[in-house]
Every structure is written in structure tokens, then in C-alpha cells.
Design a binder for this molecule. Structure first.
Ligand code: 6GU
Length: 229
């Protein structure tokens, strides 16, 4: 199996450390399924004050990330390998869904740019970015948490990352946009609330039919609360 490489450029790299070094994403790296490198934007600011942000031309509130540090780090990385995707995390991007995650999971090399403050100089996007990705219609303080969401969603799709019990194949959304049936475990009755009898019956066909029916009900509800039909 060929290994995936993900590079992430950030002005706040500390935000990324623990999520990338915990749980399944960490295990994927230990298993040699993916290499993830975090690059501190400030390390590529070569002026005297190592300045990474500045006021936007034309006025307005907030600060922008300057173009030079991005050009420096991206050009260095692109001189070392070819990236299948250079992804900029931004609320103006295409809203992430499972199909996009599946597409990204086929890549060999992915470069993710996380903005902060008001955003980044547009020339960085024009010059390098192949995909602009949002994680939903709400505003976050920076692209770091979205980058982590994207990395998790991609990494768990790499063959050999999940074990059988974690298998992604049955997840909600993997099979079109279908929500899974609810789950129960022991105790069979808790504070007067019973797990559905059929799940304890050992009757395979009935269990399958129940799950199918529950999945249909939840999928209808989900479409309604998300105004999808
Ligand atoms: Cl990718 N970035 C920011 N700053 N906010 C967001 C987002 C991204 N996706 C949803 N909200």
C-alpha cells in the first residue's frame, strides 16, 4: 500500500497538535498509513519582525495573513513533491460532504492551508489553491478546526486505518445519504427504559428488517430537519 502525505500550513500550529496525535488519526500515522506534517507560517516570514499579518488594503476591520510567508512555504513544499490538492479552508468554499472526502482520500499528497484573522491575501488563493472547502454555514475563528475535521474524515477512509469493528462501510452517509438505525448495549433495561426486544431476539432476519425500517424513519426525519426535501 502506498502511503498518503498531508501537509498543513497554519499560523496557530498548536491548535493542531493534540487532535492529530490522538486516537484514530494518531494510529493511522503509527501504522504507516499516513504522514502528517504541520508547518508554522511564522517560520516562513523572513522579514526582520517575522510579520505574518497586516491591515487589509481599502480598510475594514481585522488583519489579513500576508502573501509572502504562504508563497515561501508552498513553493518549498511544491519543489519537493507534487500535490494532488492544495486545499484552502474557508467559509466561502464548497461545503464538505462524504463524496468530497471520498475523492480526497484517493490522493497521494494533500496540502491544506488554514487561514486565521480575516483571511489570507487573495493572491495566495489565485496562485496555488485547487479546492476551497467549508465545513458548514457558520463562522469559525480560523481554518484550523475545519482542517482537523477534513483530515479526520479523509484519514479514516484510507484502507487499513480502521479495523473491522470500526469499518467505515456501514457508516451513515457512506451508502448515499442514509442514517443508521439507533444502537443499544447492556443493560437491556436501564432506569425503566428497555432496549428494543427484537435486538435481543437473536432473530437475524427480523433484526435486519428492524434496522432497515429504523434507518428509513431516521433518514426521513434527517431530510426534514435539514430541509433537503
Ligand atoms: Cl473552512 N473556515 C472558517 N473560518 N469558518 C468556517 C469554515 C472554514 N467552515 C465553516 N465555517
Amino acid at each position: 500500500m502506498t502511503m498518503m502525505r498531508i501537509d498543513i500550513v497554519s499560523a496557530v500550529p498548536d491548535l493542531l497538535e493534540s487532535p492529530l496525535n490522538t486516537s484514530i488519526v494518531k494510529r493511522a500515522q503509527t501504522k504507516g498509513k499516513v504522514e502528517i506534517y504541520v508547518h508554522n507560517l511564522r517560520d516562513y516570514a523572513y522579514d526582520k519582525h517575522r510579520q505574518i499579518d497586516d491591515k487589509p488594503f481599502g480598510g475594514g476591520p481585522g488583519m489579513l495573513l500576508k502573501p509572502e510567508p504562504f508563497f515561501h512555504v508552498i513553493e518549498k513544499l511544491q519543489s519537493e513533491r507534487e500535490y494532488d490538492h492544495v486545499i484552502f479552508m474557508t467559509p466561502r468554499g464548497k461545503i464538505l460532504n462524504q463524496a468530497e472526502c471520498n475523492r480526497f482520500s484517493l490522493a497521494k499528497n494533500i496540502l491544506i492551508l488554514a487561514g486565521h484573522y480575516k483571511g489570507i491575501d487573495e493572491r495566495v488563493i489565485e496562485k496555488f489553491v485547487t479546492d476551497e472547502v467549508s465545513i458548514g454555514n457558520y463562522v469559525l475563528s480560523g481554518g484550523e478546526l475545519p482542517a482537523l475535521v477534513l483530515v479526520d474524515a479523509i484519514v479514516r477512509l484510507i484502507p487499513g486505518v480502521l479495523n473491522d469493528s470500526e469499518s467505515a462501510l456501514q457508516d451513515s452517509f457512506m451508502d448515499g445519504e442514509k442514517i443508521e438505525a439507533p444502537y443499544y448495549t447492556r443493560p437491556a433495561e436501564y432506569r425503566g427504559m428497555k432496549a428494543p426486544e427484537v435486538l435481543l431476539s437473536g432473530h437475524d432476519k427480523k433484526i435486519r428488517e428492524w434496522k432497515e425500517q429504523q434507518s428509513e424513519i431516521l433518514t426521513k426525519k434527517w431530510k426534514k430537519i435539514n430541509r433537503l426535501e
